[in-house]
Write a protein of this length. Structure first.
Length: 79
C-alpha cells in the first residue's frame, strides 16, 4: 500500500495500535476515511485501480483485526 493515500496514516495507526481499548476507535476512524474516499471516487471516475485495490486490501485486513479484537475481548471476559 502506498503512503500517498490520505487515509493511509489512519489505517497504519489502527493496524499498529497496541492498546486494544483504543483500537475500535482507530478502526472506525479509518473506515470513515475510506468511505469518504470512496465517495470522492464518484466525482473522479472511480479512482486509480491501485488505490481501489489498496482500499479492498485495507478493508479486508481491518475485518480480520476486528475478529481478533472480538476474540481477545471474549478471552478477557472468560478469564
Amino acid at each position: 500500500m502506498s503512503m500517498e493515500y490520505g487515509w493511509f496514516n489512519l489505517y497504519k495507526a489502527a493496524v499498529l495500535e497496541t492498546d486494544w481499548s483504543k483500537i475500535n476507535e482507530r478502526i472506525e476512524a479509518v473506515e470513515l476515511a475510506l468511505k469518504a474516499r470512496l465517495s470522492e471516487f464518484s466525482l473522479n471516475h472511480g479512482g486509480t485501480p491501485e488505490e481501489n485495490q489498496a482500499i479492498i486490501d485495507a478493508t479486508n485486513k481491518l475485518n480480520i483485526l476486528r475478529r481478533e479484537i472480538a476474540a481477545w475481548q471474549g478471552s478477557q471476559r472468560a478469564g
